[in-house]
Design a protein around this ligand. Structure first.
Ligand SMILES: [Mn+2]
Length: 258
């Protein structure tokens, strides 16, 4: 993977606490990339059940906390997703960063708007509970995908829901960008990385970091805005034996002042 230098790095839909979360690779990305601002664009968590968090999930959170230390000069922004709802208070205490519903900024003469995207998901807005259950099952069963056919069909149906959702979120985001006079609008939520441009508004979807897809992220620099795939193959494997056990990390992340 070539070196990453960006003013802003954006990732979404990591779903920490789910079996399919690619926390280890997300952590690798944070460690190899050079950036001044990090936007966590929603659904970083799967739910509020912290007991489901694995060693790498805690390690990712520790890294976020480390990055957000004011002395480092890195700005960390959390934009709330539908799975992160209710986490605002918890996260500001635990990791020490602010959580936004939407985040707007200006860089290199362009106005940017970052919003998770569930706001444009009519099915989710109208059937929050049903949709929540479907999505939970979808994420948790992905690991059995190849073993059972009936399950595969269910997962395919869920996948096609995401695919249908992709243009809807794009349209909704484009409309909001027009309203807000933004040049670039960025969403997650659909788990489908994509780019589009219409009437001078640029749309990007940051995709996801769960096992069924290639992990993707967005970088913004002075000269370009790119949607990129993560390939960790060339990276040094992390040596687990050198790291503290789960309990120690848990203490570590809870002990410092927020
Ligand atoms: Mn979402």
């Amino acid at each position: 993977m070539e070196p990453i230098f960006a003013e802003t790095l954006i990732i979404s839909d990591l779903h920490l606490g789910s079996e399919v979360s690619r926390a280890r690779e997300a952590l690798q990305l944070l460690r190899v990339a050079n950036f001044r601002r990090l936007i966590l664009l929603g659904d970083i968590f799967c739910d509020l059940n912290f007991r489901r968090l694995r060693k790498h999930h805690w390690r990712f959170l520790s890294e976020i906390r480390r990055l957000s230390n004011p002395k480092r000069g890195t700005e960390v922004i959390w934009v709330e997703g539908n799975h992160d709802r209710g986490l605002t208070q918890v996260m500001s205490h635990l990791v020490g960063i602010r959580v936004y519903g939407e985040y707007e900024w200006t860089f290199a003469g362009k106005r940017f708007l970052a919003v998770h995207g569930h706001q444009f998901d009519r099915f989710l807005v109208n059937n929050a509970l049903l949709s929540g259950i479907g999505e939970w099952v979808y994420l948790n069963l992905q690991r059995f995908e190849s073993k059972q056919n009936r399950l595969s069909r269910f997962l395919d149906r869920q996948n096609s829901r995401w695919l249908r959702l992709s243009p809807k979120v794009c349209r909704g985001a484009m409309n909001l960008a027009q309203e807000r006079d933004a040049d670039v609008v960025i969403c997650g939520h659909t788990h489908q990385a994509m780019q589009a441009e219409q009437d001078g508004v640029q749309y990007l979807n940051s995709g996801c970091w769960t096992s069924s897809q290639v992990p993707t992220f967005i970088t913004i620099s002075e000269s370009d805005i790119s949607l990129r795939q993560f390939s960790g193959d060339e990276l040094e494997p992390t040596d687990d034996s050198q790291l503290p056990d789960d309990d120690q990390e848990y203490t570590d992340i809870h002990s410092g002042a927020a």
